[in-house]
Design a protein around this ligand. Structure first.
Ligand code: 6MZ
Length: 343
């Protein structure tokens, strides 16, 4: 699996026997919640950082890459967002963005026992001195479309900190590219959960829906997200939800009656400390109610995980994992496949 520094997923995997590992590898699985710039293998980032001259990579970027290599420890989720400037400095032109995307796709989809059968990769269109947002999305799509449509698709992310104009531009890019027949299947809302005004996004989700794009929203990711904000986001009738860790009873009832699939990222929740331990994880509640769930990685690099690692967390015995049965794990994998926007 991963040669990265050990995290909860690797520890859980190490506790499984060969037949459990073979079971996980053989399960048809979909990865529906993976952020491109959080999923670039460290070896690829290091290569890119080496190839650039010192003038091009500042000390801060070098320090950021070194920190990622050593395995970041986060005291709280807000620290997580400080990791991205170093990565963004490397994926700031179309050629290097394509290279990074190719490495991410290979990590999930290539090899004898790929991490997953289908990947919906997501990324936030970025404008840099060397590319516009449309160039950004086209560059990523060029790589995604090297795989058949049954294997890979793209979700365009909106960042909570975006202005209304930038959000409009991103949705327009997604809509136009979909119309051109390119493989954009959805719109996501992500970014620092403590930032932004969610009223900014309402009209953009309507436009995206009318264009036939799926909507997935990071929602109630931290205890600081207000119930009011959560209900506002649910009023946009999303097709899937990311995390949904801190839903109150009213929100839970709404989500269950709409049967909205929830993308669950166990290592991410543990390392960002939004869930203190696995036996307190909200996955259990949804599993008990037979509510649709998709098991996902979020950001493989900082969370030191892989999709098979997340499945290992499901199977490993407590306290390393949730101790779910093969029947339950198979059901979760099937629910993940059923929640795809594309394919
Ligand atoms: C919220 C997250 C996230 O889009 O540049 N991102 N947003 N919660 C999370 N869970 C901890 N993990 C990643 O990938 C990186 C961007 O994805 C969002 C952040 O906005 C981050 O800057 P892209 O490819």
């Amino acid at each position: 699996m991963s040669s990265q520094i050990s995290g909860p997923a690797a520890t859980a995997r190490a506790s499984l026997n060969a037949s459990q590992i073979a079971f996980i590898e053989a399960l048809p699985k979909a990865e529906l919640h993976a952020h491109l710039n959080g999923s670039i293998p460290i070896s690829e980032l290091q290569k890119m950082a080496h190839e650039l001259s010192d003038a091009e990579t500042s000390d801060a970027v070098q320090a950021g890459i070194a920190k990622l290599k050593d395995g970041v420890v986060l005291d709280e989720i807000s620290e997580f967002f400080n990791l991205f400037p170093a990565i963004y400095a490397l994926t700031s032109n179309p050629a290097r963005l394509r290279r990074a995307t190719r490495a991410v796709l290979a990590q999930f989809l290539d090899g004898l026992r790929p991490q997953c059968d289908y990947l919906e990769l997501r990324s936030t269109p970025r404008k840099t001195p060397e590319m516009g947002r449309m160039d950004y999305v086209r560059a990523v799509l060029d790589e995604v479309e090297r795989y058949p449509k049954e294997r890979a698709a793209l979700i365009v992310s909106l960042d909570r900190r975006m202005t209304a104009d930038v959000a409009r531009e991103c949705v327009e890019i997604a809509r136009l590219l979909k119309e051109e027949g390119r493989r954009v299947v959805g719109i996501d809302l992500c970014g620092d959960p403590k930032a932004g005004d969610m009223g900014t996004f309402s009209e953009h989700f309507s436009v995206a829906k009318r264009a036939g794009l799926g909507i997935t929203l990071h929602i109630a990711e931290t205890s600081a997200n207000s119930d009011e904000e959560t209900l506002q986001l649910l009023s946009y009738a999303p097709d899937r939800l990311g995390h949904a860790t801190f839903l109150n009873d009213e929100a839970k009832t709404a989500v269950r009656s709409a049967k909205t699939p929830i993308e669950i990222c166990l290592s991410s929740n543990l390392l960002c400390k939004t869930v203190v331990q696995l036996d307190a994880h909200h996955l259990r509640y949804y599993l008990e109610h037979d509510h649709p769930i998709a098991i996902c990685t979020d950001d493989t690099l900082p969370f030191r995980t892989s999709l098979q690692g997340e499945y290992a967390l499901l199977m490993a015995l407590p306290p390393l994992g949730l101790g779910l049965s093969e029947v339950e794990v198979r059901r979760l994998a099937e629910m993940g496949m059923a929640a795809r926007f594309g394919a």
